[in-house]
Design a protein around this ligand. Sequence first.
Ligand code: DGY
Length: 319
Amino acid sequence: MAKIFVTSKISESALDLLKSVGEVEVWESEETLNGDALFEKMKDKDAVLTMVNNFVTDDMISRASNLKIIGNCGVGYNNIDIESAEKHGVIVTNTPDVLNDATADLTWALILGIARRIVEADKFVREGKFKGWLPHLFIGNMVYGKKLGIIGMGRIGTAVCERAKGFHMEVYYYNRRRLPNEKEEALNARYMDLESLLRECDYITIHAPLNEDSYHLIGRDELNLMKKDAYLINTSRGPLIDEQALYEHLKAGKIAGAALDVYEHEPEIVEGMTELDNVILLPHIGSATYETRTKMAELAANNIANVLSGKAPITPVTK
Ligand code: DGY
């Protein structure tokens, strides 16, 4: 019988799928498995279902001689050495699409949250500081009618764009490949080069994958292009932003604010960032809804079940 290792608790429905094709061991602890401890668990397995914070290295892949598939429970797969997997004939899968809406919703929560200072205002009330309405209390910025800049117009970027309609925003996007005219028209979004988008937009939100090309896509120079009253939102991967440079910009008030769900050295956060009021910091919860996490686990499990029963994976990834 095939042996399957799951690096975290997942839905019963996903577990049942895995149990139909093999013997399943689940890591029940909240502590994230990595390094030797992760390798110990996966070394004799046919399949491993990983989370986005389990780093699967070339060394692990080359020594796990039975391994046939790594089913990553996440759309991002920068935690897995894809090149090594390809070299060793190990299939890698991810979970695209099922998390588009949850991540787009959270992005909007962050846009509205940072613009209207929701977290600061909530803290103020909890601290017993609310003594009555004041005309200047927690003044924020409008979202309605402003310019939204989307970096990365893939599936999640598109879902974010669709939601901008109700806010009557002018939407601009930057993407490696420009969308066909009909798609731009349907989305009511205009292509802009990155520099112009950074200079022009009021809310800039990142939805690009992490790879060699996108590392520090937003560095000090790019932050310098942003308007003083603009906001930066990131629900993709932390290393797309030079976090130290962002911290310095926020502290100096060179941009209005930022809202982050992901960090450059997750779960570490650049020193001083938590002291700032003009930033919202979330613990990587973009896809964290009951429905979405269940769908993600089921898709990861279905990929594994397919491969272990000799069928093609549903959502394979390649370098
Ligand atoms: C992903 O899927 O890549 C998210 O970051 C984890 O939910």
